[in-house]
Design a protein around this ligand. Structure first.
Ligand code: GDP
Length: 358
């Protein structure tokens, strides 16, 4: 599944943030048949376009796309040595598609920091070092096996070379992801390396940092090109207990235009390389999740595999054109509705109706 795994040192606010996520999952129980795993938090991807679509089509329901997060136990120095929690921990991260590192940036003398002081960059280094060491072990274990298979002509030499290059990157203390453009990622895929996954950095911040754009820019620069999200886990936990209107007021008071969970959903979705397309009718206005670059039949397959198999064409209008026209009929009259075939690459904001054979 396309999930994002939370990692972080102990006491950085992971549980607090994750509880807020799961609480929102329960509130947004739009998917009554989905079994809710306590370790998985599913949040809606905020999308104002759906409200507008529902207005145009008189839709009764709005179904946004979702992003899933999975809670992974706290990482500690030595986790890569695989003692106790270590192994299970690593197995859990391996299953996630991307990794969200929760980093403590809040000051609070009542909350002990494992290393004695709040220091985001040293915390990130601790975590990254553990992940890099874990990958190095994986690679070192694989090398002799692959060497043998290359000798026995069961593997291409290129596969071994890819491994050795990855090993050099890790030995330098770099993540695989940071060197992805220089590495043979195709031949590394099978190892499912932890540092090959895209990272997001979630800075659990206090008021001072939330109000300090310069400090945020400084922290964001430390992790670029990975994306940074700044939120206050305690505030997020409070927000999910409030009504929508109260929550909005509270955010405004804190100078935020969007909740941290919403921000996290957006950044997570992007980091996973996903996009949405939209459908609308009297029953529901809905966003569907596809990979960036998906073709029209692939997009149809997300609704139902029969739609993909029997795909004929897609009737598509861009969201902006539809809103400008005011209705589907007016958009058609204005020549803004296109018929697209099986090679069409879906674009963000496509409002779609599929034609298919059953
Ligand atoms: P975890 O070990 O990473 O899961 O951390 P927890 O979520 O259990 O949080 C550790 C402690 O820090 C708890 O006492 C939380 O109430 C507190 N805490 C979490 N987030 C924040 C925050 O944003 N600000 C402050 N001041 N305390 C927080």
């Amino acid at each position: 599944a396309l999930t994002i795994g939370f990692v972080g040192l102990p006491n950085v606010g992971k549980s607090t943030l994750f509880n807020a996520l799961t609480r929102q999952t329960v509130l947004a129980a739009n998917y009554p048949f989905a079994t809710i795993d306590p370790n998985v938090g599913i949040v809606n991807l905020p999308d104002e376009r759906l409200d507008q679509l529902a207005g145009i089509f008189g839709s009764q329901k709005i179904l946004p796309a979702t992003v899933s997060f999975v809670d992974i136990a706290g990482i500690v120095k030595g986790a890569s040595e695989g003692e106790g929690l270590g192994n299970q921990f690593l197995a859990n991260i391996r299953e996630a598609e991307a990794i969200a590192q929760v980093v403590r940036a809040f000051e609070d003398s009542d909350v002990v920091h494992v290393d004695g002081a709040v220091n985001p960059s040293s915390d990130m280094e601790t975590i990254n070092t553990e992940l890099i060491l874990a990958d190095l072990q994986t690679v070192e274990k694989a090398v002799p096996r692959i060497e043998k298979e290359v000798k026995g002509k069961k593997r291409e030499k290129a596969e071994l070379d890819a491994l050795l290059e990855a090993q050099a990157v890790l030995e330098r203390g770099d993540t695989i992801f940071s060197a992805a453009d220089k590495l043979d990622m195709e031949n590394l895929r099978e190892l499912n390396l932890l540092t090959a996954k895209p990272f997001i950095y979630v800075f659990n911040s206090d008021d001072a940092i939330l109000a300090d754009k310069d400090k945020q820019a400084e922290l964001a620069a430390l992790v670029a090109p990975a994306q940074a999200v700044f939120l206050d886990a305690k505030l997020e936990a409070d927000l999910v207990e409030l009504s929508e209107e109260e929550a909005r007021e509270m955010l405004e008071m804190n100078g935020q235009d969007e909740s941290g969970l919403d921000q996290l959903a957006r950044v997570g979705f992007e980091t996973l390389g996903l996009q949405t397309y939209l459908t609308a009718g009297p029953k529901e206005a809905r966003a569907w999740t596809i990979r960036k670059g998906a073709t029209a039949p692939e997009a149809a397959g997300v609704i139902h595999t029969d739609f993909q198999r029997g795909f004929i064409k897609a009737e598509i209008v861009s969201f902006d054109d539809l809103v400008a026209a005011g209705s589907m009929a007016d958009a058609k009259a204005a020549g803004k509705v296109r018929m697209e075939g099986k090679d069409y690459i879906m674009q963000d904001g496509d409002v779609v109706e599929f034609r298919f054979n059953v």
